[in-house]
Design a protein around this ligand. Sequence first.
Ligand SMILES: Nc1nc2c(ncn2[C@@H]2O[C@H](COP(=O)(O)OP(=O)(O)OP(=O)(O)O)[C@@H](O)[C@H]2O)c(=O)[nH]1
Length: 317
Amino acid sequence: MVSPLHSNGRAELRDEKIVTSIGDLAPRPDLRPELLLRLSGKLQTTLELQQLLEIFFDEIQQAILVDGITFHHANNGLHISQGKQSQHSVHYRLQTQGDYMGDLNFHRSTRFREHELANIEGLLTTLVYPVRNALRYHSALAAAFRDPLTGAGNRAALDRTLVREIELSKRHQHALSLLMIDLDWFKQINDKHGHSCGDKVLQQTVECISSCIRQTDMSFRYGGEEFIIVLSGASASGALRIAERIRISIEALRLQGSQGDIQLSASLGCVTLHGDDDKDSLLHRADEALYAAKSGGRNRVICETDLHSELPPAKAD
Ligand SMILES: Nc1nc2c(ncn2[C@@H]2O[C@H](COP(=O)(O)OP(=O)(O)OP(=O)(O)O)[C@@H](O)[C@H]2O)c(=O)[nH]1
């Protein structure tokens, strides 16, 4: 059912309604049937949420003047806006058969009138199922790029991200750093406490890493107990600070295994993009730095600059 909730007296004036299904909201007489038909047809041409809302925003202008719309999905962090956000807004929660499908706000500099709200609701009936299909498509796509055990990005996601971030970094001349992280003596944890305990350690490691980085930084599972962090905008010194923070946090984890406490530590390689780098050369240098951290005693961070400073000085002729 549609249940209005009015709240006035704040900077943003909001009305709130819930759209539960197409059946709840019958199209109103002052919406031309051909408009609804065309809108429905256009909304079926894409599964991309961004494009869907673009089409919706453009088309509804023929029935009602709206300055902007914003869509927000609390569970998967989606936030999309079209047009501009004005002082007045009306808010709808979209759901079908109990499935939450996001929140949609309509914005305007003047308050919406009753018959306009009725029109918006009529228009919304065309959007409910296309949004549901787009959300399912989005989830399927996200799952294809996620490691199912830890929720970190998988190798395919890493490849795509690195190619994109390297290109952006070169185009906009901002720094890009990468950390390669490998848990120390992980085989012994599996051997002593069992494989499922090892799995939990991997999950907690990813949680720990996520708590040390920004939401915009990206973490990936590179191999069994090996992870990559892509730090967009981070210089070598910034990346080193983050790497140390991760190393200390992993060492501080208190984990209980089937055979007693687990003392965890990790080794990290830290590299920063050079002008002539591509994805493979960057990963190769990170791997070298990580190898040096392992052979240097583990539970440490090695930067590529450390590697070079260890090289013997060039011989004078
Ligand atoms: N539980 C669990 N173990 C895994 C998974 N993937 C890989 N492994 C294990 O990770 C272990 C990696 O062992 P090694 O490569 O010898 O590395 P390590 O014991 O950490 O030693 P160093 O890296 O040299 O410090 C192997 O025993 C793999 O079976 C997984 O998804 N779950």
